[in-house]
Design a protein. Sequence first.
Length: 465
Amino acid sequence: MTETITVRSPYDRTIIAERPLQSLDDLSKIYEKAEAVKNGKIPLPLAERIEILHRAAEIVDKKQNEFAMQASAEGGKPLTDSIIELKRAIQGIKEAANSVSGLVGREIPMNLNAPSQGRFAFTFREPIGIVTSISAFNHPFNLSVHQVIPAIACGCPVIIKPALTTPLSCYNLIECLYEAGLPKEWAQPILCQDEVAEKLVTEPRNSFLSFIGSAKVGWKLRSKLPVGAHCALEHGGAAPVILFADADLEKALPLITKGGFYHAGQVCVSVQRLFCEASVVEGFANALAEQASQLVVGDPKSSKTEVGPLIMEREVDRVAQWVDEAVAAGGKLLTGGKKISDTCYQPTVILDPPDHCRLSQEEIFGPVVAIYSFKTDEEAITRANNVPFSFQAAVFGQNMDRIMNVVKGFSATAVMVNDHTAFRVDWMPFGGRKASGMGVGGILPTMMEMTQEKLVVLKSDAFLK
């Protein structure tokens, strides 16, 4: 009897779908198909792949409202935000088709000394091999795009395991690719439990792992990759923002509100720690608390909802525990701090929790923003960096010397100036360092990661100079 998984609404726990789980026997067959692609037995020239991606983008475009509703239902993101996610996904597919020309090699100088005389050298990029992708729940359609589409664009067969809580969006994308003409062997979804997923990663034929999820799981899986396999890991963060007294506070307020509470804070670069200059901290903290208290929390299907549920009930309990700890340790609760239901938590703002509590040190992945007062720029930078993570950060202000001092001082892979930490367009490099991950995301950057450079050296008297 085939084991199944039940996909439920994270808001009211109603059943959305039942899906069969795949076994180790299924995994072996999946890799056989992927290997056939890798070995050239199911060829798909570049021009055809580009055409397929453009057709797939058109198909997704026609179905985007249907797909947005399903992504919202299974993931809990408000429908208005899921619609934006689908538009990004369509753009991402087109971006991959248009970016293949960026996979270029380079000329290597020769004739610089006696041994290199009479030679001409250049490189080109070729597919790395079989790509295995493990995805996360929080952007179920667009993350699948980022882990599947670049692989196809650059000529790699791809196997993707979506999150068990949100598999439907991934399958929607794969079906659109099939409808656009992609042979099924080129992109294969697999829905499985952890035991099979670990075999998915350790399979000797795996050439590249694309993982989006928790640091604990990601680093463990990296240690089990087959010899020679590459990987890109995208984990979480506890994104810091430094706000100077001369910042345009009126413009900063809605940006920080959106960055902190978008998708109930379940975003790897959500605003979590806000360092405000002492002279403005009280006023801005109260203003942010007022904005947070007015956010509409509830059913993601409603057009009025701004903050939806957390993905699982146990996550609501965990967020509540972390908030209670921060307040008990001395943080001042300005708004929120309570469960609305088993699945929803109030948007919460806490002033000056201690630097050692979990809210200040770990990724809360919930609708909570902590605010800290600082007196000197160096103090703010030091405290902002005093976490295991390095991902996106932000600074608000007018003085460019102070801003650039922060930009250079931040332990971050990207710094937003006068914008929130969660800003992203899909063609920009995106990824973390330290506990936040390794490798670079984004459409073309991912394609670079999924290809390898090969050197060619030609020897001929015609190259003598």
